[in-house]
Design a protein around this ligand. Structure first.
Ligand code: ZN
Ligand code: ZN
Ligand code: ZN
Length: 94
């Protein structure tokens, strides 16, 4: 499984950041005890996720779709922005 997201220069995806309402920058990172200096939202990329057996599954989740969190639930939503949608359509038509 994979999803389309923005990998911050801290190495974490947008799902680990509290996004601002304006969508111009990533908010603070929740994946680190040392809050990183997260800047503007980077270009989207396909970010692989792995199932419980550590196997990568090919399916790419559509932007705005649900992605099970590491604990299985609740479900987090992938980024539905224009750039992510464009990348998804590019992949879907390839
Ligand atoms: Zn981070
Ligand atoms: Zn970050
Ligand atoms: Zn996006």
């Amino acid at each position: 499984m994979a999803y389309i997201g923005h990998r911050c220069n801290c190495g974490h995806s947008d799902l680990q950041h509290s996004q601002t309402g304006e969508g111009k920058t990533l908010g603070s990172c929740s994946a680190s005890f040392n809050p990183c200096n997260c800047g503007p939202i980077p270009e989207p990329e396909v970010i692989p996720t792995f199932n419980t057996k550590g196997k990568q599954v090919e399916r790419v989740i559509a932007p705005g779709g649900g992605l099970p969190s590491a604990s299985g639930n609740p479900v987090v939503k992938t980024c539905p922005c224009d750039a992510c949608t464009a990348l998804y359509e590019q992949l879907a038509s390839a």
